[in-house]
Design a protein around this ligand. Structure first.
Ligand code: NAP
Length: 243
């Protein structure tokens, strides 16, 4: 059986491809989202209890290999997967979509993490579309004079910035929809993680069209494990390691 550490569109696509290929697969979700989009095939939800718990789970469930298809900013589970697979002597592949690349007309600024992004915001804009996700919003709580439209899937926990509006949405987003949102709220800055992929790229296209700056949080460093960028490559690898 193949374990996919999921929570991304790519993880769902890979699960569907493995099911279609007749390969036994279990997808694992953290359980952060109240109503997650469920992948095809078996699904388990919730943490494993650190790398030790994950290594145990791999042994008990007779897993032959693991694909870490988690979000590029999910640092802990990726570290845990590397440690647990080494411990269990199992092959591990990282499936990670490439980050976004600047195109002509873009006005991008980079921050090393959420705290650095919060520091940079006052110099770049005063009405912000914040799309960094529900977790880590405390980093922006001190922004007293900035208005933020916080878009995330589920309601975030406090502390939150004094001046904000919540927009609960999970996409998919379109260029037309993003332009409407920008215009309706007088947005003058977009803040995002470098998540990559097509699912949330419309905001970058919309920013270019309106000449708005985008502040992008760089990806964290990941452990050095074998990696691929596409579901097709991960499928080939999984077929070869299915046992
Ligand atoms: P994280 O900080 O790397 O992980 C924290 C803990 O959550 C892990 O130690 C693990 O608990 C549990 N966990 C995380 N992903 C898991 C999974 N796929 N299956 C089972 N347990 C998991 O993770 P995160 O940044 O909170 O992300 C959580 C999930 O949301 C991930 O699956 C990720 O793909 C998805 N996601 C994250 C982001 C983001 O920006 N971080 C964006 C979109 C989607 P134990 O130690 O108890 O095993």
């Amino acid at each position: 059986m193949i374990l996919i550490l999921g929570g991304t569109a790519e993880a769902r696509e890979l699960a569907a491809a493995l099911v279609a290929a007749g390969i036994e697969v279990t997808s694992s979700l953290a359980g952060r989202v109240a109503n997650p989009r469920l992948p095809e095939g078996a699904v388990r939800i919730g943490g494993f209890g650190g790398p030790v718990g994950l290594a145990e789970w791999l042994r008990e469930n007779d897993v032959s290999c693991v694909v870490d298809a988690t979000h590029p900013f999910a640092e802990r589970i990726t570290e845990n997967a590397a440690t647990a697979c080494t411990r269990a002597g199992l092959p591990l592949l990282a499936l990670s979509r490439p980050g976004w690349s600047e195109r002509p007309g873009d006005r991008w600024f980079w921050a090393d993490d959420l705290a650095a992004a919060a520091d940079a915001i006052p110099g770049l804009g005063s009405r912000v579309l914040l799309t960094t996700g529900r977790q880590g919003l405390a980093a922006f709580a001190g922004l007293g004079h900035t208005w933020l439209l916080i878009r995330c899937v589920d309601p975030p926990e406090p502390p939150l910035p004094a001046q904000h509006k919540l927009l609960l949405d999970r996409g998919p987003y379109t260029l037309e929809g993003e332009l409407k949102l920008i215009d309706a709220h007088g947005i003058d800055l977009i803040v995002t993680k470098d998540s990559g992929g097509e699912h949330t790229i419309a905001k970058l296209d919309a920013a270019r069209e309106r000449g708005l700056p985008v502040l992008i949080v760089r990806r964290p460093a990941r452990p050095s494990v074998a990696g691929v960028a596409t579901v097709a490559e991960a499928l080939d690898w999984a077929r070869a390691h299915a046992g």
